[in-house]
Unconditional design. Sequence first.
Length: 451
Amino acid sequence: MSEPADVSLAVTEFPTTPREWHRKVIGLSVPIVLANLAQPIVSAVDTAIAGHMADVAMLGGVALGGLFFSFVFWGFGFLRMGTTGLVAQAYGAGGGERLRAIVLRAFALALSIGLALLAIRLPLIEWVIALLGGSPAVRANALLYCTARIWSAPLVLANFVVLGFLLGAQHARLALLVQIVVNIVNVLAVLAYVYGLHWGIAGIGAATASADVAGFVLGIALLAWLRPRGLPPVKWRAVFEREAVIHMIGINRDIFVRTACLLLSFGWFAHAGAKLGDAVLAANALLLNFQSFMAYALDGFANTAEALVGAALGARNRVALQQAVRVTLVWTAAGAALFSLCYFAIGPWVIDQLTDQAEVRATARVFLLWAAASPLLSAWSFALDGMFIGATRTHDMMVSMALAMAVFIVLALVLQPLFGNHGLWAALMVFMVMRATMLGVRLPKLIASAR
């Protein structure tokens, strides 16, 4: 493996023609899209193995445990997003020492949070599982799964930092490589632990933890290979300089609140749908799979926007910033249109593959129009989120999300009694449009800052 170029010696070079910009965006986005789509495979493997065990409570336990980790790790997703924005700006400015300090600072925060999770793991797991519900047998299996998997929590959070660096420094293919290795190790480990060592549900959790360890080891190796050359020894006082630490914490706080508002909005959607009956609840959950799959894919363009916008701002290159915004929006629109067309065309077939319950199938078909229209209405918020993360304008994101959530809840309370589930979906679409509109209004100011 040859040595990488020293990113500390030169300011980032940007494409100079429209064709080059489109190639740059596609070249960065495609590996990220594939990496994003690979992320749910870990949960799918765990579910598939548990689904072939003797007791249905084991499958329920893995499902419940998966929800626990989804909420916990998604809640700390700011470690990835905040790192990407800061790294992208340092990378654009050619600041090798600053780049190193950002990564070390983020690692310190990630490991501190991870160790804190380990310190409170038992009461935390028991409380969340009790909150999620389920039979005593399901809860017991969820506890086994969670207590085995939780030990890798510090490394999972550290992996968020690694991913944030790779995306911010525009190493999208390496980010895909890490995700591929995590999935391969997870499959091999779960087969060895469950069928070889007969560890049962605990083996499934331990296998996922082993995959996280493998991802961390590879990530550290990549960081060592990509480290800026010719830098002086680390000055730890500068790494933990008060203003820099406060700035990083402020960014991560804003993203955390923004993510909490997003989770609360979708939680409210599920809660409100449950009041309309089991068939509507199940149909909404099924149709949200359309939304999730689309979001995983189109987030690839949002991640590219994070890297390119951050680099352009770091380099104080306004022309590059304008081009990064324009081209990522063009490809986001194209991706949204493609998803919408596919959902309109094959949505009924997909519904039939996801469930064999006649009532749920019929109900989902009634509301399929909303899921099919969703890409065209919600994709803009993904792209703009990426731009504002790259610019580290996280306070704008937090405020916009909080206001959109408030409007969504009010609209849901008003429209659901009048129009039923159609009113609930309409409120959710307004929520998506409002997120994009409020950030779009602030976008000219963001572009003007690159002078």
